[in-house]
Design a protein around this ligand. Structure first.
Ligand code: GRF
Length: 230
């Protein structure tokens, strides 16, 4: 076991699950490389062999795993195998970064408190898909993204932190998504940094921040830091 006498603590082990583009994964890789995030990404796993996220991981020298759900009899069987394989890498935290699958509750259960998701809405608004379009249709003046602990309820777990952006007149869903993405990247890096530092954790009564129950999600400031809302 490493000790304080070793000079540096062992990096916080992260596994990332992603189905597509992987820009949030890239943000984690870049932050880690820049010395802004003391983590080690030990595995990137996907349900899509063609996912760009896997190529990004390979380029970064990170172990990858692609599993095809079609090869399994059920969602439960796929998720059981996926999580068993992820567990072999002994991650301290699993990050769902654009992982487009609903998780089997039994496979998820052992990981509750050690698995987070990034979702492109200000939860509890707009769980599920098409969040940008739904925010526009609702006439929202403010849109955003959330990092939350994952529970069996889709996009329903306790929210750790959020980033907001204004909605402009004439915004399209794609334009909004693109503008939000840059904020998502900073949000995810900042939230993972707090979890890795042990400053944010899931307790029975919800999210704790520096040991205190969080009354409302942390907010991303322009300087990229997270703090409780004023
Ligand atoms: C992001 O918008 C994230 O919030 C959502 O899926 C998208 C993934 O983008 N869950 P990327 O694959 O990280 O580029």
């Amino acid at each position: 076991m490493p000790s304080a006498a070793d000079g540096a603590a062992a990096p916080f082990r992260l596994a990332v699950l992603a189905s597509g583009r992987g820009s949030n994964l890239q943000a984690l890789i870049d932050a880690q490389r820049a010395g802004r995030l003391p983590i080690e990404i030990v595995l990137v796993a996907s349900d899509k062999a063609q996912a760009q996220a896997l190529r990004r991981a390979e380029d970064a020298g990170i172990a990858t795993l692609a599993l095809d759900p079609k090869g399994y009899a059920s969602r439960a069987a796929f998720d059981a195998d996926l999580f068993a394989r992820v567990a072999e890498y002994e991650p301290a935290l699993i990050v769902l970064a654009g992982f487009m699958r609903i998780l089997d509750p039994a496979a998820l259960a052992p990981w509750v408190g050690r698995i987070v998701n990034i979702h492109p809405s200000l939860l509890p608004k707009y769980r599920g898909l098409h969040t940008h379009r739904r925010a526009l249709e609702a006439g929202d003046a403010v849109h955003g993204a959330s990092v939350h602990f994952v529970t069996a309820e889709l996009d329903g777990g306790p929210v750790v932190a959020q980033a907001e952006i204004p909605v402009h007149a004439g915004d399209s869903a794609d334009g909004l998504a693109e503008r939000l993405l840059a904020r998502e990247h900073r949000l995810l890096v900042a939230a993972i940094a707090l979890i890795a530092a042990g400053r944010v954790a899931l307790a029975d009564d919800g999210v704790r921040y520096d040991g205190t129950p969080l009354a409302a999600p942390l907010r991303l400031a322009d300087d990229g830091t997270l703090a409780p809302p004023a």
